[in-house]
Design a protein around this ligand. Sequence first.
Ligand SMILES: [Mn+2]
Length: 356
Amino acid sequence: MSDIADQRLEAMRKFAQRSLENHRHPHIGEFYKRCLEENAPVFDPPHELTENTFYRAPRSDQLNIADIACLGLPMDVSAPYHGGQKFAPNALREASCTHGPIHDRWNVIPFDMCRVIDYGNVVFSRPHDTQQTVQDIYETICEIDDAGVVPFSVGGVHTVSHPVLKALGRKEPVGLIHIDAHADTMAGEMQGEELSDGAVFRNAVLDSGIDPARTVQIGIRGFATHYWDFSYDSGMRVITMDDFDEMGLKNVLAEVHEIIGDGPCYLTLDCDGIDANYMPGTQLPEPFGFTSREVRNLIRGLRGLDLIGADIVELCPLVDVRGTSANLMAALGFEILCLLSEARAERTGEINKTHW
Ligand SMILES: [Mn+2]
């Protein structure tokens, strides 16, 4: 072999020895070293995990030493078609172990910006009682918010977002980015229930949780569109799936940023906003929706907004197909965790590391 070839091979051998501690992005190397020191499981292969938590965050109920609380809201009542959404938090914990801890485009590490915890699942006092379950969620989110902690909730049916927003909007109604096939603003009762997953955002407006003038609903389509007069009457911006196709992502994002502005806002992601073929695991899968990349890029485009909380709802593992829906939601959930971490760091000027 020639000298030059030898030298090249020698260089390749050196590259091949580079370990994660010595990553070409120094902050990744530092994070990896810290995880080794703290026995943090975030780089462990999934088959070695004995306990699943959201994105392998430490399990804790100590809000006084947390910045972001990931929690399960396993609400299974008030949906029109079928239940099973209560299994979503645990399915998402399991699916989340192959997502993160480093954002693959921005190299952002939420655990290096915020103290992230898995706060567990809320235990409902009367799980078949819609009113009481909504009240239990409201009280839990008030506690989290009073502690200055950002809630990242995994439902449950979409009904959970109403008490969350009622709690977060206590001082002032917040802005809302709502990704969904359905606007969920229907008037009156659904199957005898005012607090249904079809009326979440009407109820959130009436309880001063959200400001309709700072609300954008994106991806709206399908069989129930005649129910959404309240969205238009109250001044929400409804961007249907057809609008999205005609406007394109760039223009949609420009409008979202203009409507939401600098004020506090919340992101709610109903998984049926995503096309039924990418998202079979939900109660009302809707065709003609977002592809997985479209919805990811839409969420990424929310970077810079002052997000004070978020949720993922309506995942139903009982009708999922080989875990594809849970896997996609877990991937999108990590995108959201990155946004929440950046927004909190920016808002407070604080950088706190998660410790295991
Ligand atoms: Mn919904």
